[in-house]
Write a protein that binds this ligand. Structure first.
Ligand code: HEM
Length: 537
């Protein structure tokens, strides 16, 4: 089908225009001047000083001096690939998003996987959350699904994100450790911000040491909104399901691999694609009718809560295939700018207080990371559809805007860009009814920090529960402050008392309620735990 082919190659064709081919070419300066020498700088005499006049030396060195840009403030260590998305069934009933209408149309995508806490050169198999960010280059503009491999988050409100990251990142006085969680400030934050409980359970589970980027789930985390062409809305959560299934390392493997091959995950992804073993994820959605907004014992806008899949099944609607490695890591993987606010008609936000804050943060950070307001013109960030507006100038501007008039409305020109109505494809914000007082608080169910954390624990098999106890014991065992160790153990006794007691035993603090744990590695006591299986994914 011609239509299919056209769409999937659109981004590749666009990038092709920017690719350089320097092989076998004559060397020149950036001004195009052919060079006759590239090894000796210009000297005043054979043994004399270098001359200021040596423009080639100056240009080469200046460019080198400016080769580095700031790494991402979080998710600095990442790896990416190109691919395509195909829809299995039309989602017309729920959303007017064009790329979700016609199963014949393929959409080009670019996906960047990452760790969160470590710096750009850190090891890849550390215990950490993994980022899973997808850019869909749709005909209506870029849609970014900027997710993680864990379906909930540490905090409920964006205003706490700087605090969270200050606690998670290497400590400021000695810049240790690169690992996300084996240190005092991380656990001090957890114990004193107990909404983190559910996420920390996932973080201590095998989910935080994936076997491969190809074998982990992705989650949009927040509640978004689908709006159909009749203006009817549904709440939606997005899921990526790896076709290879979910697989993790065990901690001992993860640690050894960190030493032997810190590039383990990128190598795995790169090699799979080079060998033609393309990487597949199915896209799933959970949908809740607007009328059902208050039908749950949790607030569906709370990002520390999942929507249990046995109540709200995941409907698989399409598949993404990653089939092409990048040509240049800097130009593509580093310069790509994802943003949860990049949406298309038919998809909208909700009032999840974490999502609302993210909508500010990404452009703000990219303005400094990518050097000014024109990073949307970088090849990897350009939409495949045309873009026109009255924005002008700024650092690194590449577009040559013609004409006298760059404002709206005007009478001097009749062909400047104009907004169009919703019927013509213009984005219209969903007209949600808002009422209430300005307050700095959320609904009461946001205060239930432990029910779903307990559900998660109960859904784990015995070996998985043992891994969680081991992970807590290892990570907390690195904490210098015994007060912090104790606070954490006390906190997690709200999830499962025996789990907390086993951790307390392992790290030399008092078991909550001074209850001694019977759990040891060789003990069958683990089977005494409340391991009632809750269908929970
Ligand atoms: C990257 C902020 C929560 C997923 C980033 C970056 C910032 C940021 C500043 C660096 C972006 C760049 O330099 O291009 C925030 C804030 C949050 C938040 C303020 C909460 C208020 C989340 C959540 C998720 C997430 C809940 C997952 C659902 C990601 C991913 C990246 C990222 C995947 C890396 C994107 C890439 O690969 O370039 N975040 N974040 N973040 N964030 Fe968040």
């Amino acid at each position: 089908n011609e239509n299919r082919k056209g769409n999937e190659n659109k981004k590749q064709e666009q990038l092709e225009q920017f690719r350089s081919n320097d092989q076998g070419k004559e060397m020149t300066t950036n001004q195009g001047l052919k060079l006759s020498e590239d090894e000796f700088s210009l000297k005043a005499g054979e043994r004399g000083p270098t001359l200021m006049e040596d423009f080639h030396f100056r240009e080469k060195m200046t460019h080198f001096d400016h080769e580095r840009i700031p790494e991402r403030v979080v998710h600095a260590r990442g790896f990416a690939a190109h691919g395509e998305f195909e829809l299995y069934e039309s989602m017309k009933e729920y959303t007017s998003a064009k790329f979700l209408q016609d199963p014949l149309v393929k959409t080009p995508v670019f996906v960047r996987f990452s760790t969160v806490a470590g710096s750009r050169g850190s090891a890849e198999t550390v215990r950490d959350v993994r980022g899973f960010a997808t850019k869909f280059y749709t005909e209506e503009g870029n849609f970014d699904l900027v997710g993680n491999n864990i379906p909930v988050f540490f905090i409920q409100d964006a205003i706490k994100f700087p605090d969270l990251i200050h606690a998670v990142k290497p400590e400021p006085h000695n810049e240790m450790p690169q690992a996300a969680s084996a240190h005092d400030t991380f656990w001090d934050f957890v114990a004193n911000n107990q909404e983190s409980a559910h996420m920390v359970m996932w973080h201590m589970s095998d989910r935080a040491i994936p076997r491969s980027f190809r074998m982990m789930e992705g989650f949009g985390v927040h509640t978004f909104r689908f709006v159909n062409d009749q203006g009817k809305a549904h709440f939606v959560k997005f899921h990526w399901k790896p076709v290879l299934g979910v697989h993790s390392l065990v901690w001992d493997e993860a640690q050894k691999i960190s030493g032997k091959d810190p590039d383990f995950h990128r190598r795995d992804l790169w090699e799979a694609i080079e060998m033609g073993q393309y990487v597949e994820f199915e896209l799933g959605v959970q949908l809740i009718d607007e009328a059902e907004e208050f039908s749950f014992d949790f607030d569906i806008l709370d990002p520390t809560k999942i929507w249990p899949e046995e109540d709200i099944p995941v409907r698989i609607i399409g598949k993404m295939t990653l089939n092409r490695n990048v040509d240049n890591v800097f130009a593509e993987t580093e310069q790509v700018a994802f943003h949860p606010g990049h949406i298309v008609p038919g998809i909208d936000f909700t009032n999840d207080p974490l999502l609302q804050g993210r909508l500010f943060s990404y452009t703000d950070t990219q303005l400094i990371r990518l050097g000014g307001p024109n990073f949307h013109e970088l090849p990897i960030n350009r939409p495949v559809c045309p873009f026109h507006n009255n924005q002008r100038d700024g650092y690194g501007r590449q577009t040559i805007n013609k004409g006298q008039v760059s404002y709206h409305n005007n009478s001097l020109a009749n062909n400047t860009p104009k907004p169009v109505s919703g019927v013509e494809g213009g984005f219209v914000h969903y007209q949600e009814k808002i009422e209430g007082h300005k307050v700095r608080r959320r609904s009461d169910s946001f205060k239930d920090h432990f029910s779903q954390a307990t559900m998660f624990w109960n859904s784990m098999s015995q070996p998985e529960q043992m891994h969680i106890i081991d992970a807590f014991s290892f990570e907390l065992g690195k904490v210098m402050s015994f007060s912090v160790r104790q606070q954490v153990v006390d906190m997690f006794s709200n999830v499962n008392a025996e789990m907390a007691a086993a951790v307390a035993d392992a790290i030399g603090v008092t078991p909550p309620g001074a209850k001694k744990s019977n759990i040891t590695k060789s003990s069958p006591a683990l089977s005494q735990l409340n391991t009632k299986k809750t269908p929970y994914t």
